[in-house]
Design a protein around this ligand. Sequence first.
Ligand code: GDP
Ligand code: MN
Ligand code: MN
Ligand code: MN
Length: 259
Amino acid sequence: MELTPVTDLPEIRPGDDLAALIADRADDLEREREGTVLTVASTVVSKAEGRTADLEDYPVSGRAEEIAARIEEVAGEEKDPRFAQAVLEESTELLIEAPFLLTETRFGHITVNAGIDRSNVPDHDLLLLPKRPTESAERIRRGLADHGYDDVAVIVTDTSGRPFRHGQRGVALGWAGMPASRDWRGERDRDGRELGVTVQSVVDELAGAANLVTGEGAGGTPAVVVRDWEFGDLEGSDELFRSVEDDLIRRALREWRFE
Ligand code: GDP
Ligand code: MN
Ligand code: MN
Ligand code: MN
């Protein structure tokens, strides 16, 4: 497989047609063949969708005051209660409130600060995640089809931390034109033993690989073309976010969090 950044994309503004901007610049898409995937950093999807905000947009609730005070107490770090308010408004469940905010976003992704970004956001304080990243991915995929690229799968990515390990990496927030995961259950290993649990989160692995190319700073390369990669013959699944019943860690946090 080969990963190539889409170069020369401008600073993205509200209302920009990302698919058109990318189609004009991605020579690699012209050599389209089976197994082409386009990854797009959620940062530019959010910018195109006008998901910028300012701290002054968030009148502070008592809950946000409380959270900011707790974070200051536990982490010794000054927290703007308006930021806590923004996180609450983007979230459906608060899993950890201090020393950092861990929440479930409205579209089901669990991440620190509801994924609200303060880097790469000129003219505004905050950049919220896309409202519905799957719909964003579908829209970009349709836009590419309008430009003659009929079968490019699209993954909207973000950089995210993870439990248990230091370091951040790319994850998939939404995708279109391919399943999220590849189900290896029932396949056999080299000893002939049947695999019982392995469902490979392909969209996250592609997001991680693409993040190596986009970088995290001023590179200006939010979109990456992944060529010569194929999903293969295994069954696919679109289930990536665990349901509450299925999520031991989340249930443990629910019991622990307000002690
Ligand atoms: P995130 O992972 O979605 O939070 O996005 P990042 O802030 O890590 O940015 C990913 C890549 O997109 C980096 O190479 C940034 O320099 C680049 N980037 C961010 N905003 C823009 C933009 O408006 N235009 C262009 N061309 N690149 C951008
Ligand atoms: Mn981000
Ligand atoms: Mn990033
Ligand atoms: Mn293994």
